[in-house]
Ligand binder design. Structure first.
Ligand code: TRP
Length: 331
């Protein structure tokens, strides 16, 4: 029986790229596993920003989005990282077996050093950013996860998790499962409106549950060329076609391709795209708005998931503490 686990850092608002690249495929994938752990990485968020309102709102929105998109709670434990104190206990224990050198080599840390002046390479870098990979290892190892679906930018973190787990097991005996990353190549990438990576910092993103009006307005901003209605259009380097690809299965997509080749106008194609995306999102948007207006429901769902997750976490941390020699002094 394999276990799937993944976390989402609560430092943003879910956008359409997150939906296509993470939310939808993860919910789909969870059906193949008997045990799934899905959590809000709210402690990771603190490393990225010191804006309480942002972390709070982001947790609320991300939780509501995942619930609205249809997590199956019979199979998925949904919880906040911050509600499982055993993660932080394990974080410390793992710190003690993690060579500082592997943290020096983490891409995220190196990138932060690279932009700094050579005379003060660690300027503005908090210890949390440096230790980030250990917290992530604790998230994963505490739940004996076999598989961790992540974006390709997170691949190194999973390698580090395996490294840390291996070192612990070598020192103390088999305790942790070495996780495998799942990096889907078959998931279409949804570019930003201008063709670059969809990102808040480029201001080229579409909020997942923006209103119909804003969705339509945003889709109209997808960059196209100046071909006129009647001119045949290629699909290869078309940002607009990438959007169709992210939402349609092969058969319907072939129909769209034909419309491109037959010279449909950009305006008409954008209208078709809006209808397709809006039809899919409308029922979810309604659920999302209901949840956002009833945060008690979200709190109840998370508390329920946390009750289950904590049982697992308590058992595992007991085992780990005993393994390292921290246990009652009697018999
Ligand atoms: N670091 C991940 C990201 O930014 C989020 C994350 C935190 C995570 N802990 C995790 C993902 C554990 C998978 C497993 O995307």
């Amino acid at each position: 029986m394999s276990t799937l686990l993944t976390g989402i850092t609560t430092s943003g608002t879910p956008h359409l790229g997150n939906y296509v690249g993470a939310i939808k495929p993860s919910i789909e994938k969870s059906k193949d596993f008997n045990k799934n752990f899905l959590f809000l990485a709210d402690y990771h968020s603190l490393i990225k920003n010191q804006d309480p309102e942002l972390t709070f709102k982001s947790s609320l929105k991300i939780a509501a989005a995942w619930i609205a998109c249809g997590i199956n709670f019979e199979k998925v434990n949904f919880y906040r990282q911050s509600s499982i104190p055993q993660i932080l206990e394990l974080n410390w224990i793992l710190s003690s077996v993690t060579p500082k050198g592997i943290l020096n080599r983490a891409h995220a840390y190196k990138a932060a050093v690279d932009v700094n002046d050579k005379t003060d390479p660690d300027s503005g870098i908090n210890a949390g950013l440096f230790n980030y990979p250990i917290l992530m290892a604790a998230d994963i190892l505490l739940f004996d996860a076999d598989f961790v679906p992540v974006g390709s930018d997170q691949k190194q973190h999973i390698e580090m998790t395996r490294d840390i787990a291996g070192r612990f097991n070598n020192s103390y005996g088999e305790t942790f499962t070495l996780p495998e990353p799942i990096i889907s190549t078959d998931i279409p990438l949804l570019p930003g409106l201008d063709g670059r990576k969809m990102s808040k910092s480029y201001n080229n993103f579409i909020e997942l549950f923006s209103s119909e009006k804003i969705l339509q307005k945003s889709l109209n901003q997808i960059v196209t060329d100046s071909l006129l209605p009647g001119d045949p259009k290629g699909t290869k380097d078309s940002i607009l076609f990438d959007y169709f690809s992210a939402f349609l299965k092969k058969e319907r997509l072939d129909g769209i391709k034909k419309s491109f080749e037959d010279g449909a106008g950009w305006g008409d194609l954008k209208k078709m795209l809006f209808d397709i995306i809006n039809d899919e999102l409308s029922p979810l948007r309604e659920k999302y708005e209901n949840l956002i207006n009833n945060p008690n429901t979200i709190e109840e769902i998370l508390s329920e998931g946390e009750k289950q997750a904590v049982i697992h976490a308590e058992n595992k941390i007991k085992e780990v503490r005993e393994t390292v020699g921290i246990k009652p002094l009697h018999g």
